[in-house]
Design a protein around this ligand. Structure first.
Ligand code: KIV
Ligand code: ZN
Length: 517
C-alpha cells in the first residue's frame, strides 16, 4: 500500500524505560491486547535479554497477540539475538530489532570500537537474525548524529545482509524537522537497495520535536513511525502515537498518507496506559489531555455553537471520547447496564464478569445519584489485570480532624486469615498506610502517592495511585472509590499485591541492568 504509514508501537519497550515505570507481564499483555484493538502494525514487546520479566512478557505477547507483527529488541550480539528469538519464535509474525551505535561519539566512548568493526558486527547480527527465519529491523543508534557517509555505508551493508526495515533513531532528540527530513531524503538518494526495504524513524522528544521530526521524515519517504502511547519513553519520551496518527488523519490533505489505526480506540488506550503505569497526563497534552477538547473562552464557545469547525479541527468522537453521556442510576436494571457495557465496547465479558461488574455498579449507584459512562469505564478498569490478590481490604475506619491525631484501624485478609491492626499518622492517609504496613508485617518504601478525581461532580470517583519500591524494583498500585481514603488504601494494597506476586514469580530477582556491549 503506497500511502500506508506503518505504526510501530514501542510503549512496552522504550515506553517502559521511562523513569519509574515497571509493568508486570499481565499488565504488558493487557496493553498489547489493546494495541491490537487500536490497529498498530507492530508491537515492540520488550528487550528479552534485559530481564527475565521482559523475556516472559515478550513470550506471552508473542503467543497471544496474533494480528500485529511482534518485535523484540536485541543488541548486535548473538546472545541477545538468541534470547530475543527464544521469546519471539511463537509469534505469528516475529521481528528481531537489532541495533548498534554508529555516531563517532558513541563508537569512541561507549562501544570503544572502530567503525569497520561496528559494520562487521551489524552485518553479522542482521544475517544471523535473518537465518533464524525472522523479519529483521536494524537501527544505527544515534543515527541522526552519525556522519552521513558512514550511515549510508552501514545501511547498504545491512540491507545486503537481509534487513527488511532500517530504522533511523534520533536517539537523543537533537534533530530539527528540516534536518531530520533531509537525513531521510539523503538515505533514499544515496543508499543502494533502499527501495527494497522500509525506512522507519524513531524520534525522542528532548527538544519537544519528536512528532514534528517524525512527520518531516514521513514527508521525505519514511514508511514506518515508531512511537508510544502518551509519548512515554526514555527521558522526555518518544513521539506520541496519538499525535502522529491524528496529525496524519487531520491533515490528510497535506500529508496524503493513511495509517491502519482505529482512532476511536485512542482514548481508551491512553487511559489504560495511564492507569497501569501511574504516569498521569498533563491537562493540556495534545489529543488525550483533559483539556484537549475543552473550550473555555466565551468567544470560542460562541463560535462553536454557531459552527463546531470554527475552533474544532477534529472531533472528540474521533478519538473515542463520547459526547453524550448516558446516565444510569440505582433504579437501572441489569439489562440496561449490560446493554450500556456493550455500547461502551465491553462486549466480550463472561456472565461472571458481568455479574461482578453489576454488583459494583449497584454499590456505586447507592452512593452516587447519577452513574455516567465515565464511572462505568472507571469501574471496569479496576479489574483489567488479574494478578493473585494475596491481600484484601475487608474493613477500615479512620478518624481525622484539624485538632486531633489521625488514626486508622484496618482488617485485612491474607490468604483466608484475618488480621486487624491500628496506627496513628500525619493525616488519615498516612494513618491507614501505617496500619496496613503493620497488618502485613512488611517494610514498605513509599516513593509516590497521588489522588485525583477521575469523574466529575462532588460525588466523583477518586483514584489513588501509589508507587512503592522493594529491592530496586518499583510497583504501581491503583484503587478507586467515591471515598478517597478507601481509594488510597486499595491502591496501596494493590501495589503490595503486585510486589508479592513479583517476588513469588522471580524469587532470585529479575537480573535487570545488563552491561553495555
Ligand atoms: O532511541 C534509540 O536509539 C532506541 C534504539 C534502540 C532504536 O531506542
Ligand atoms: Zn529510543
Amino acid at each position: 500500500m503506497a500511502n500506508h504509514i506503518a505504526i510501530f508501537d514501542t510503549t512496552l519497550r522504550d515506553g517502559e524505560q521511562s523513569p519509574g515505570i515497571s509493568l508486570n507481564m499481565h499488565e504488558k499483555l493487557e496493553i498489547a491486547r489493546q494495541l491490537e484493538n487500536l490497529g498498530v502494525d507492530v508491537i515492540e514487546a520488550g528487550f528479552p535479554i534485559s530481564s527475565k520479566g521482559d523475556f516472559e512478557a515478550v513470550r506471552a505477547v508473542a503467543r497471544e497477540v496474533r494480528k500485529p507483527v511482534i518485535a523484540a529488541l536485541a543488541r548486535a550480539v548473538k546472545k541477545d539475538i538468541d534470547r530475543a528469538w527464544e521469546a519471539l519464535h511463537e509469534a505469528a509474525r516475529p521481528r528481531i530489532h537489532t541495533f548498534i551505535a554508529t555516531s563517532d561519539i558513541h563508537m569512541k566512548y561507549k562501544l570503544r570500537m572502530e567503525p569497520e568493526e561496528v559494520i562487521k558486527r551489524a552485518v553479522e547480527a542482521v544475517s544471523y537474525a535473518k537465518s533464524l527465519g525472522s523479519q529483521v529491523e536494524f537501527s544505527p543508534e544515534d543515527g541522526s548524529r552519525t556522519r552521513p557517509e558512514f550511515l549510508y555505508m552501514i545501511l547498504e551493508e545491512v540491507i545486503k545482509a537481509g534487513a527488511d526495515v532500517i530504522n533511523i533513531p534520533d536517539t537523543v532528540g537533537y534533530s530539527t524537522p528540516d534536518e531530520f527530513g533531509a537525513i531521510i531524503r539523503g538515505i533514499r538518494e544515496n543508499v543502494k537497495g533502499i527501495d527494497n526495504v522500509v525506512i522507519s524513524v524513531h524520534c525522542h522528544n528532548d527538544l519537544g520535536m519528536a512528532v514534528a521530526n517524525s512527520l518531516a521524515a514521513v514527508a521525505n519517504g519514511a514508511g514506518q513511525v515508531e512511537c508510544t502511547i502518551n509519548g512515554l519513553g526514555e527521558r522526555a519520551g518518544n513521539a506520541a502515537l496519538e499525535e502522529v496518527v491524528m496529525a496524519l488523519r487531520t491533515r490528510r490533505d497535506y500529508y496524503q498518507f493513511d495509517t491502519g489505526i482505529v482512532t476511536e480506540q485512542i482514548y481508551r488506550t491512553s487511559t489504560l496506559v495511564t492507569s497501569l503505569t501511574g504516569v498521569l497526563i498533563q491537562p493540556n497534552k495534545a489529543i488525550v489531555g483533559a483539556n484537549a477538547f475543552a473550550h473555555e473562552s466565551g468567544i470560542h464557545q460562541h463560535g462553536m455553537l454557531a459552527n463546531r469547525q470554527t475552533y474544532e479541527i477534529m472531533t472528540p468522537e474521533s478519538i473515542g471520547l463520547k459526547k453524550s453521556q448516558m446516565i444510569l442510576g440505582k433504579h437501572s436494571g441489569r439489562h440496561a447496564f449490560e446493554e450500556r457495557l456493550a455500547e461502551l465496547g465491553y462486549s466480550d465479558l463472561t456472565q461472571e464478569e458481568i455479574n461482578e461488574a453489576f454488583e459494583k455498579f449497584k454499590d456505586l449507584a447507592d452512593k452516587k445519584k447519577y452513574v455516567m459512562d465515565s464511572d462505568i469505564e472507571a469501574l471496569m478498569s479496576t479489574k483489567l489485570v488479574q494478578i493473585p490478590e494475596a491481600l484484601q481490604l475487608e474493613y477500615f475506619h479512620t478518624t481525622s480532624g484539624n485538632s486531633l491525631i489521625s488514626s486508622s484501624t484496618v482488617r485485612i485478609s491474607r490468604e483466608g486469615e484475618l488480621i486487624e491492626e491500628a496506627a496513628c499518622g500525619d493525616g488519615p492517609v498516612d494513618a491507614i498506610f501505617h496500619a496496613i504496613e503493620r497488618a502485613t508485617g512488611l517494610e514498605i518504601k513509599l516513593v509516590d502517592y497521588q489522588i485525583r478525581a477521575i469523574t466529575s461532580g462532588k460525588d466523583a470517583l477518586g483514584e489513588g495511585i501509589v508507587k512503592i519500591e522493594k529491592n530496586g524494583r518499583k510497583y504501581v498500585g491503583r484503587g478507586i472509590s467515591t471515598d478517597i481514603i478507601e481509594a488510597s488504601a486499595k491502591a496501596y494494597i494493590n501495589a503490595i499485591n503486585k510486589m508479592l506476586y513479583d517476588i513469588t514469580e522471580f524469587p532470585n530477582g529479575k537480573q535487570d541492568n545488563i552491561e553495555v556491549v
